[in-house]
Structures are given as structure tokens and as C-alpha cells.
Design a protein around this ligand. Sequence first.
Ligand SMILES: NC(=O)c1ccc[n+]([C@@H]2O[C@H](COP(=O)([O-])OP(=O)(O)OC[C@H]3O[C@@H](n4cnc5c(N)ncnc54)[C@H](OP(=O)(O)O)[C@@H]3O)[C@@H](O)[C@H]2O)c1
Length: 299
Amino acid sequence: MYEKNVTLSNGVEVPQLALSTWLIDDDKAAEAVREAVEIGYRHFDTAQAYANERGVGEGMRTAGVPREELFVTTKVAAEHKDYESAARSIDESLGAMGLDYLDMMIIHSPQPWLEVNQSDDRYYEGNLEAWRALTDAYKAGKIRAIGVSNFLQGDIDNIWDNTEVKPMVNQVLCHISNTPLDLIEYCQAKGIVMEAYSPVAHGEALKNPTIAQMAEKYGVTVPQLCIRYDLQLGMITLPKTANPEHMRSNADVDFQISAEDMETLKHVEKIKDYGDSSFFPVYGGKLKGYSGKPGTEEV
Ligand SMILES: NC(=O)c1ccc[n+]([C@@H]2O[C@H](COP(=O)([O-])OP(=O)(O)OC[C@H]3O[C@@H](n4cnc5c(N)ncnc54)[C@H](OP(=O)(O)O)[C@@H]3O)[C@@H](O)[C@H]2O)c1
């Protein structure tokens, strides 16, 4: 089991490899968390928008490991762009998970999902309001660390220049063939820890012959190469699986990719589409309708 921690700007230690839970149903999430804890995972990533916070919380409470040894991240829904709704949602997440505190909470997206890839409005005021709600919850001891997700440089600057508590992480799409190197460098220079979501390109990396060839060179699987790549970029890495075999092999990543091969992997030709999942705004899609619940996306 890969067991390294990274330290955030406020001193909080975070297990660098996390189990992600997007698209794991609420009634399956508790079992997935318990399986993962058994294997050695200590960090779990969920979101209000995944509709499985209840199950993830139940898994943490019933995993047989003291609460303080586990780390959970959840996300303020992208649609909460005023103080009241963001603050209310934080308390709802705590209630749904049945926990006394959350380890980390981040703003899911600078824009509501219905506007991503469709509008130039970056919601600067709204993000400052959501950030104020997070900051107040942080100061009240409800959350140990706070951050953002899908924030570009201008979105980061807006928070950075106008607030007292600075974002501790930025969670972004990052995998071999699609690595936002400038953004990573910009944030890391500010002391913001970067997090990589969809490290296996939402499964698409498994179909890529160039990535397969490099995995073969190291005698590892494609997901192992992909996860190790993000870890070596210094990022908290969030592979998703509910399959215990995959959980086990995804955590067996104590090998070293050479500096030369890291450079090669940074510049692998970009995966052009994400198959049936291409409609998700995080993969460049545009939604026509969305109620905030998984499966309600209209394309
Ligand atoms: N902040 C955001 O806006 C945002 C957006 C997207 C995702 N995320 C986070 O990032 C997480 C990961 O994203 P993702 O779902 O795109 O994950 P991913 O890890 O890139 O890909 C998951 C896919 O890869 C497969 N897979 C994983 N390990 C495997 C293995 N060892 N062998 C074979 N197949 C394997 C999974 O299938 P099986 O389930 O069958 O193993 C699943 O189909 C999400 O759960 C979420 O927490 C955040």
C-alpha cells in the first residue's frame, strides 16, 4: 500500500493516494469504503453532487478504524454561489455523513455545471461568497482544510487576492496525455497542493497503446502507471473503483518512473474524447439540463 502523506499549507497531513467515489451508488459506497480501509486506504473523496455522502460516511463510521486515522474530502455543489446556500450545504454534508467534522471541503467548480464550457461568467462574487462560508466553517472547527476544484488561474487569483484564508488545494483533471502543467506550476508555487482527478482518464487510458507500451516497460498495469505519474507530479491522486482487486493493485505503486519517461508521458498525444462520458462538463461537454443529482444530466 502506498502510504505517503502530503502536508497542506496549514500543517494538515493528507494521505496522497485516495479512493474516489464518483458514480458509486449510495447503497454501495459504505461497503466500498470498508473494503478500501481493509486494504489500507485512509483518504476518501466524495461530493454533494455524487449523492453518496451518506454511504461514504457510514463506511467511515463502520470501518473499524478510529475516525482520526481516516481523511474525507467532500465538495460544495457547483451551484451554491451565495453564502447562505453554501453554509447550509456544509451543515447538510456533516449531517448526511454522520460525522462531527470533515477533513476537507472544496468548491466543486467555479461555474455551475450548466454553464461550464458555455459561459464566460466566472462567478467571482459568488465564489467569494461560497469561500466565506467555507472559511467560517473552517474557523468554527467543522472542517480541517478547505480548497477549490476546477479553478483556473484567474479563479485562483480572485480568491487569493481577496481573502484572508487561502485555498489549500486545487483538484483538477490530470492524467497522462492531459496534464495542465502551467496551472500545476502556478498553484504549487503558491503553496497550493494539487489534486489529480480521473487519473486513469475515466478509463480511457486503458485503450491507449502509447500508455500501454510504457506500462509494459515498467512491468506494471496501465492504471498503476497512470497513478504513479500523478503521484510523481506531487499531486494527491484520486483513482475511482469499487472493485477490491483494482483497489489493491492501484495502491501497489511503489516503483519509480524515470525523469526522462515522465517528460515523455507529459507530452503523449491528448486523448480526444472520453467515450460515453464525453457529455460531462469536466470532459469538455455542454449540458442542456441538470437537477444537481447524478443521472439527471440532459445533453
Ligand atoms: N472535482 C471534479 O470536478 C471531479 C471530476 C471528475 C472526477 N473527480 C474525482 O476523481 C475521481 C476519479 O475519476 P474517474 O471516475 O474519472 O476515475 P479514473 O480513476 O480515472 O477512472 C475510473 C475508471 O477506471 C477503471 N479502473 C480503475 N482502476 C482500474 C484497474 N486497476 N483496472 C481496470 N480498470 C480500472 C474503473 O473501473 P472499475 O470501477 O471497474 O474499477 C473506472 O471505469 C472521481 O471518483 C471523483 O472523486 C472529480
